[in-house]
Write a protein that binds this ligand. Structure first.
Ligand SMILES: CC(C)(COP(=O)(O)OP(=O)(O)OC[C@H]1O[C@@H](n2cnc3c(N)ncnc32)[C@H](O)[C@@H]1OP(=O)(O)O)[C@@H](O)C(=O)NCCC(=O)NCCS
Length: 159
């Protein structure tokens, strides 16, 4: 993947990425995850925790966390550093989550998104996610409902 003059690489989240991840998390969400929550994802058996890093330099440009339990996968978190957005990084992370979820046995993937989050909703819809429901008052900071999106995944995504 290329983006401007930078090249990007996706790999497993590692402890040394946490400062970069936390900086992005805090800029991206009104109620950010704690550092401890990210630490728990490293090496968790049913979690795919990935980062995209710029090369050269290895600076964290984004990350995603996805769980697969049985045939169900759940995208829990995804964010891209503000200055790296709109260059295909988010889409690459999403596709890698789907590929890894399929390898882990997932047949369908779910996620929640704020109705006001147009960039994210566009990204998900472009990758085949469709509306499956609403969770009332899901976001405790604003009381906003969550839109639940889902799509089928399968072995062909794991190729
Ligand atoms: C959502 C997010 C991860 C997208 O990352 P990104 O790297 O900018 O996305 P990409 O460049 O891969 O774009 C993928 C698609 O997303 C959509 N998109 C991205 N940015 C957009 C914007 N500002 N407005 C509208 N659509 C947008 C487009 O459909 C785009 O496809 P296109 O380029 O073919 O039009 C990023 O905006 C982000 O980190 N937001 C804050 C955290 C967040 O909201 N996470 C999701 C929580 S559910």
């Amino acid at each position: 993947m290329t983006g401007g003059s930078l090249r990007f690489r996706i790999r497993d989240l590692a402890p040394g990425d946490l400062d970069g991840v936390m900086a992005i998390e805090q800029e991206s969400f009104p109620t950010p995850w704690s550092r401890a929550l990210f630490e728990e994802e490293i090496g968790r058996r049913f979690s795919d925790a990935i980062v995209v890093v710029g090369e050269p330099g290895g600076e964290v440009a984004g990350y995603a966390i996805c769980w697969t339990v049985g045939e169900e996968s759940h995208l829990l978190n995804i964010a891209v550093r503000p200055d790296a957005r709109n260059r295909g990084v988010g889409r690459s992370l999403l596709r890698e989550c789907i590929r890894r979820s399929a390898l882990a046995g997932g047949r369908r993937i779910y996620l929640e998104v704020r109705p006001s989050n147009e960039p994210a909703i566009r990204m998900y819809r472009r990758d085949g996610f469709r509306f499956v429901g609403v969770r009332k008052g899901y976001y405790t900071d604003t009381g906003e409902d969550a839109i639940v999106l889902s799509r089928v995944i399968g072995e062909k995504n794991a190729e």
